[in-house]
Design a protein around this ligand. Sequence first.
Ligand SMILES: Nc1nc2c(ncn2[C@@H]2O[C@H](COP(=O)(O)OP(=O)(O)OP(=O)(O)O)[C@@H](O)[C@H]2O)c(=O)[nH]1
Length: 819
Amino acid sequence: MWKWSAYRLAGRRTGINRIRLTVICSACKHLSTVRSSLSKVRNIGIIAHIDAGKTTTTERMLYYAGVSKHIGDVDTGDTITDFLEQERSRGITIQSAAISFPWRDSFTVNLIDTPGHIDFTFEVIRALKVIDACVVILDAVAGVEAQTEKVWGQSQSKPKICFINKMDRMGASFNHTVNDLIGNFMQGTTSKPVLINIPYYEKHPASNDYVFQGVIDVINEKRLTWNPEDPDEITIDDLDGISLKQCNRCKESMIETLTEFDEDLVQHFLEEAEGDYSKVSAQSLNASIRKLTVQNKIVPILCGASFKNIGVQPLLDAVVNYLPSPIEATLPELNDKDIPMKYDPKVGCLVNDNKNFCIAFAFKVITDPIRGKQVYVRIYSGRLNSGNTVYNSTTGEKFKLGKLLVPHAGTSQPVDVLTAGQIGLLTGSTIENNVSTGDTLLSHSLKKDGLKSFDKKKELTLKINPIFIPPPVFGVSIEPRTLSNKKSMENALNTLVTEDPSLSITQNDETGQTVLNGMGELHLEIAKYRLVNDLKADVEFGQLMVSYKETINSETNLETYESDDGYKFSLSVLPNAAHIPNCATYPLGINDNYLVMKNNVKYDKEWRLQVPLESIINSIMASCIVGLQRGGKLANFPLYGCSIKIRGDWSVPLDIETPQEILKITRNLVLTALDDLPTDGYALLEPIMDLDLTIPQSDVGTVLQDLAGARKAQVLSIEDECSPITPAPSSNASFENNERIYIPPDVISTLHTIKDKKKSQDATFNMKKNIKARVPLREITAYTNKLRSLSQGRGEFNIEYFDMEKVTDDRLQSILHDL
Ligand SMILES: Nc1nc2c(ncn2[C@@H]2O[C@H](COP(=O)(O)OP(=O)(O)OP(=O)(O)O)[C@@H](O)[C@H]2O)c(=O)[nH]1
């Protein structure tokens, strides 16, 4: 592997100022022969707004890591991580792709490149569930965008690094983007930005334009410039003039921020560095940045232009230097909070102090045309060995593991064992019906079938909390072209929903209509394409429609089944309540519905069953889903926001062999309970969307009128959007913001302001307004054309699911009329 940091340090010490860094393609060898110790593994996700440059950056990372020999490009459709045909032809990421690669000899980076489009938000949610830290990419022209805010929120307290990309673009502003980050995410919090590098521009000799050429490395006080003709050549220079001044001020600001939190650095600063900022060692700074990033007290910020291959190696360095390893990351959330869990430096996450306890989480299922079903898992503790018996604590099923793989986006590599901290793939026929997204897998690390040695009541009931699936908002009816195609259509739909649980199928028993539901128009368009082209379903689709739901206004009757031999089971359905005393709530994973049972039912009873209790509860849950999916009485829309409450004294015949029997009984009870409820006991729910709209100030009146009138929107706020060119402060002005962080001024915007005052005035005149509103999805479909005409094509908007809301009686009649 190539020694980026070693060269950099050598360059600094010996005065070498031009080096050609050669990539030795040893990545594949590395993965098969070297297993990084846990402290050298990084599980990261790349998250951002659509088009910020996630895939472009990932592609450069793979090139510099030696995984690929040429740099793929989203615009020509030959990237490694966007390997689906639709991703390549549309130039967007649709599904998150996981890939492992080495960095700096000993580190292994497991990276998940996620989609930016809001329709594929579930891909981001599931990636965030299994990664330890994030790289947030921002477009230096756009700054913080709607989806940046969304993914930042979703990533919660995971440690982050920000990469301000596209610094080469006209209008790029490092200063504005950092301020935007502070304003949106850090102001009023304890989290602070730390500038690891800042942009460096060179004047083009012919045009006199400033061109983004590299970065100033604040810690090592060097200028790094990339050769536009050769992605492998970086020139490293000492700093002088304005670059040196800016670097010094950044370093002082960095030390001030770090010493606010880090006593060790304060000591180093006062003692070894004798209170002199320039004497604080790079090693101490890096150690402090690492410590505080892992604690989520600071967010390191870097910049570059991935498309021009600028700034990617320092970003990779920052990933391994500052982001947590699996033994420093947040522990997974388990269903049983009383089970002890901690990090052990040697074995990673240790559950119940049991070194042999392997706990893994299935976060994604794919269907490979040759290998069949494959399941992505994150190993949290212990080791998962090929051939070992695994217990699925979500379903209660046991199965033997087949071949294990380490993923490389489109391809993957066989391994015998997956260890704590790793992301791997399970393959083989045994997983076919035994694992789905969100399942927890348990295994004994050493014995082939060591499950018997686990504590049945504690260890074998452990589950990692499942992934939240947002409700679908759009649907499209689907039917087979001929009756003989029905079965293959069902199989294809099944494959699709198994791979992407944010798609769902609803079946109207009365009309026989099948509806495929998804998160948005693009989501369904891609699903339709995949059904027809990849899964070869011979089907026809109806018009796109809003996915309405129904709910109930009050609790149903209690329905009871009692067998001759005293086997008793009663339930009722009720609207979701905040809390039902003494009861455990099991999410059904769809439409915000729950199963509610008396607390600790499993421990209260002497279960002597031939099938595990987990699989009986799973059967009850499965039949609750079927019962609620059959729909309400208004228009057969699936039921949403309902809880099925099982009476505390339920029992199961001791000789029960399969859970089938209980499945049928539960479903019938749910259906009877719902049938007995009169029609006016049901309410129609419609999806309400958060609308984020940016329009020129001159169009605010017309757009607002349309929103409040025809679209029934509730306007939440109207604010100024920054003008496209931020007037630069004068050279004497302080560039410190409220957080007292020094951010260097933008060379380009200074130039613009001085050169072209008139343009700047126009920009101020054309100031944009940002409107936030809540609007029913039904009223905002096909809004693109309307907004185009209202704003002469200058308006932009984003919608995102907010909640399901009950409709008024008038609206109900109008919606039912249109169906
Ligand atoms: N000028 C410039 N363009 C860039 C840069 N990085 C990416 N792009 C372009 O921006 C567009 C989007 O890049 P992607 O890498 O697909 O962005 P993404 O964030 O992965 O997009 P989604 O996954 O679809 O959300 C492409 O046309 C890239 O060529 C950059 O540094 N400079």
